[in-house]
Design a protein around this ligand. Structure first.
Ligand code: ZN
Length: 149
C-alpha cells in the first residue's frame, strides 16, 4: 500500500511540475473561470468542440499541486470524448471523491483514479474538482451563447 501511495504521489507531482495542455487558447468555443477561495486556486478553462466532441481543452492559472495535477489529468482524459461521455466521467470522478459506494452507472476512471486519495482530505476535494466544475461551466456557457444567437 505504501508503494502504491508513493506511485500516486509521483504521478501527481509529475503533473504539477509539468502540467499538460497548460496554455491559453485563441478563440475557444467555451471558456470559464474557476475560483476555489478555500485554497486560493484560480484557473481558466478553454475548450473547442466539434460535432459534439471535445476537440481540445486547455487550462491556465494558478492552483495548488492537487488542483494543477487534476486539471492537467482532466485535459488528457477529456480529449476526443463526446459531451455526454465527458459529463459521465465528471460524475463518476465526483462520486469516487465524495462517496464510499460506486454508482452502477459510473464509468471507468483510468488514470484519474490516482486522485481518489484526496477523499481522505475533504478540503482537498474542492481542489481536485475545481477544473471539472469549471469545464462544465465552459461547456454550458457555450450552449447558452448558442441558444441566444
Ligand atoms: Zn487547492
Amino acid at each position: 500500500m505504501e508503494n502504491l501511495r508513493d506511485l500516486y504521489q509521483e504521478v501527481i507531482l509529475d503533473h504539477n511540475r509539468n502540467p499538460r495542455n497548460f496554455r491559453k487558447m485563441e478563440k475557444p468555443d467555451g471558456f470559464a473561470h474557476g475560483n476555489n477561495p478555500l485554497c486560493g486556486d484560480q484557473i481558466d478553462i478553454y475548450l473547442k468542440i466539434r460535432d459534439g466532441i471535445v476537440e481540445d481543452v486547455s487550462f491556465d492559472g494558478m492552483g495548488c499541486a492537487i488542483c494543477t495535477a487534476s486539471a492537467s489529468m482532466m485535459t488528457l482524459a477529456l480529449k476526443r470524448k463526446t459531451e455526454q461521455e465527458a459529463t459521465a466521467l465528471f460524475e463518476s470522478f465526483h462520486h469516487c471523491l465524495t462517496e464510499d459506494e460506486p454508482h452502477p452507472e459510473d464509468v471507468p476512471l483510468g488514470k484519474l483514479e490516482v486522485l481518489a486519495g484526496v477523499k481522505e482530505y475533504p478540503v482537498r476535494v474542492k481542489c481536485a474538482t475545481l477544473a471539472w466544475h469549471t469545464f462544465l461551466a465552459a461547456l454550458k456557457h457555450r450552449q447558452d451563447s448558442i441558444s441566444t444567437e
